[in-house]
Design a protein around this ligand. Structure first.
Ligand code: CP
Length: 323
């Protein structure tokens, strides 16, 4: 593995999941493979789980992790080729990225979309420019359209939960991705990425449900059943993945905030006692009800805990294949 920016960087999802779960059972088994190696974690946007779990994962492998909050503490970066930098940007990625390449062995980056221009966001210019100019492996800590470390974690969590379910480790669960209300427009990254990974994994009946006009890019949802009827979607679900996202066609808008889309215990009754997932952070009683989040079906803390093991599996693969 050279870079980790989407599911296309992974040749065997189950092998990576197995590796993550092995690290969960034995976190320090590879505690020297990253000795004298350094990962630079660049945050152009805020984070809690991704930042801390990546740092812990690197340390478990013997790496030093250096965090740089570029968005709030660094020079404003320019990403456009041939830009005339007479505005607010101070340093071009073409100049900054090779320096990161000298300082670090792996570069990890979080950068959100603008939600203003779909073409720009979906071109993934920022992460592509870092890959082009850094000269070292690049890991996405969430980009404009995808959140691969979150999605790997989600499959790790589903696989782990299946081992203890009546379906068993080899069972084929029904997984439902459901849109939820929110107060502000959010990126499509988590929903895109979850769809991309679950369809590539191919081991689930995968249903996406959302209000009209909230369709995701077909690039990521091919193979999923898509419906605007949430009740129909939830029937016999084994896992429900709750997430808000803003509109894709009329890009970055909120059309719908009807609380009827929020998951409740009454809705959960239609399911196969489904486990409920969310990437976090979550707006309580807007996106998800207290009764679900504090109830026995929620596996959100287990899911967030697994962020460490997913990151550790990815970093160790990159260390193994890049020397
Ligand atoms: N799920 C997730 O990426 O959380 P953070 O934004 O806190 O990193």
């Amino acid at each position: 593995m050279r870079n980790f920016v989407s599911v296309h960087d992974v040749t065997d999802i189950d092998a990576l999941v197995k590796k993550a779960l092995a690290y969960k059972a034995n976190p320090f088994v590879d505690k020297t493979i990253g000795t004298n190696k350094r990962i630079g974690c660049l945050f152009l946007n805020p984070s809690m789980r991704t930042r801390l779990s990546t740092q812990i994962a690197a340390q478990n492998l013997g790496m030093e992790a250096i965090i740089f909050n570029v968005g709030s503490e660094g020079w404003a970066l320019e990403f456009e080729e041939e830009a005339i930098m007479s505005g607010t940007t101070v340093e071009h990625v073409k100049d900054a990225a090779p320096i990161f390449g000298k300082y670090f062995d792996i570069l990890a980056i979080r950068t959100f979309p603008s939600l203003k221009n779909r073409e720009d966001d979906y071109s993934e210019l920022y992460i592509k420019q870092f890959i082009k100019y850094a000269g070292i492996p690049v890991v996405s800590l969430e980009s404009a359209t995808l959140h691969p470390l979150q999605s790997l974690t989600d499959i790790v969590t589903i696989s782990e939960s299946l081992q203890h379910s009546s379906l068993g480790a080899g069972g084929k669960p029904k997984i439902v991705l459901t849109w939820a209300p929110h107060v502000k427009p959010l990126p499509q990254c988590v929903a895109n990425s979850f769809s991309q990974w679950i369809t590539a994994w191919g081991k689930a009946d995968f249903v996406i449900t959302h209000p009209e006009d909230y369709n995701l890019s077909e690039e990521f949802t091919k193979g999923a059943t898509i419906t605007n009827n949430q009740d129909e979607a939830l029937k016999n679900a084994d896992f429900i993945y709750v997430k808000n996202w803003s509109t894709f066609n009329d890009y970055g808008k909120i059309y719908e905030s009807d609380p009827k889309w929020m998951l409740t215990n009454k809705k959960l009754d239609q399911t196969n006692n489904a486990k409920v997932m969310h990437c976090l952070p979550v707006r309580r009683n807007v996106e998800l009800s207290d009764e679900i989040l504090d109830g026995p079906n929620s596996i959100i803390t287990q899911e967030a805990g697994n962020r460490v093991w997913a990151a550790q599996a990815v970093l160790s693969e990159i260390l193994r294949t890049n020397g």
